[in-house]
Structure formats: C-alpha cells, structure tokens
Design a protein around this ligand. Structure first.
Ligand SMILES: [Ca+2]
Ligand SMILES: [Ca+2]
Ligand SMILES: [Ca+2]
Ligand SMILES: [Ca+2]
Length: 181
C-alpha cells in the first residue's frame, strides 16, 4: 500500500473521531519531513521518548521505520541512526510504554512477517534503543496487527496484549527484569 505519511495520520484521526468532531479547528501542515516523506506506512504512535516535554512520532513503515524527534518549535528531525529505524521487518502497530518503570518510553512494534519478527526496543535514556530478542513476546509465531500496554494485574508493571491475525491472540504478563536480563 503506497500512501503518504500525512494520509496515514489523517486516517488515525478519523479513527478516533477527532477529525470528524472538530474539522474546523485543524490546519493541515504541508511542510517538513512528517508531511512530505513518502513510504509504505502502516501505523504511528506519539510518545515523548527523550523526555524533553515534546511528543515525538514513530511511524511503522516498510522497509524501514521512521522516528521523528519533536524540536519543540513546530518542526521535527528525522532520526536516521539505530536499529529502531534501520531494522528491515514488516511492521504494523507500534505502541510506546515504559515497561521497566525507569522513566523512559520503550517501544513494541508488531509484525505480520513470518516467522515471528515482532520487535521490542528498550529505551536506553540517551537517545538510543536496544532491540530485545529474548522472550516469548518477541518470538511469537503469529502475525501481529495490534498491541496495547496495560497493567492488568496491578503489580506496577505494564503487561502487553498482542492481536494476531491468522493465529490465536497473545497475552504476555511481563516480568521485565526476568525477560531481558
Ligand atoms: Ca521529545
Ligand atoms: Ca523504560
Ligand atoms: Ca530505559
Ligand atoms: Ca502488570
């Protein structure tokens, strides 16, 4: 599916009902990488990954993902280094969540590639991410099309729900420190 990043973002707004509810209050931004980058986009997620008070944007894209750091002045800088934007997988839904409670957002990205290639990137707190490859939650055989974080058992750690197509749905009650260290 060839589309523009702008159209992908518009679809997200339509999905939430925000665009339909308040169409007169939005101005389409036509300049900058976010509005003009072309690609094969599948999903996006906002999150302040560098904790500077400005929400940043991750966009899942084939063949490589996009990460745009919010400069705080209405512009964004496209990040081009690191596995988070250079891994070649078939991504779908990205979701930010601070799974290890260290104060910075980590990123899970479902993949419909088989065998399993769901991706999880741990935020190192210095602008870089480490891809975690150990654990059932990143080695599931399903084709992931959606995911959500939530602390379902109220133990203080986020848990992960992954929606797969052509396979059973998965639920991973994470024990973060046991899973990745
Ligand atoms: Ca930020
Ligand atoms: Ca974290
Ligand atoms: Ca971290
Ligand atoms: Ca939990």
């Amino acid at each position: 599916m060839k589309t523009t990043l702008c159209s992908a973002l518009c679809l997200t707004l339509i999905g939430t009902g925000a665009l339909l509810a308040q169409p007169a209050y939005f101005t389409r931004i036509m300049d900058g990488d976010i509005a003009n980058d072309a690609g094969n986009f599948w999903g996006c997620a906002w999150g302040d990954y560098d904790n500077d008070g400005n929400v940043d944007l991750f966009v899942s894209n084939t063949p490589t993902n996009r990460l745009y750091r919010n400069n705080g002045n209405g512009t964004f800088t496209r990040i081009t280094t690191g596995k988070i934007v250079n891994d070649r997988v078939d991504p779908d839904a990205p979701v930010w969540g601070d799974y290890d409670n260290d104060g910075d957002l980590d990123l899970f990205v479902t993949s419909f590639q088989t065998p399993a290639r769901d991706c999880f990137y741990r935020n190192e707190g210095d602008g870089t991410f480490t891809r975690i490859t150990q654990g059932a939650w990143v080695n599931d055989s399903g084709s992931g099309v959606g995911a959500a974080w939530g602390d379902y058992d109220a133990d203080g750690f986020l848990d992960l729900y992954v929606a797969n197509t052509l396979a059973l749905q998965r639920h991973f009650p994470l024990a973060p420190h046991a899973e990745v260290h």
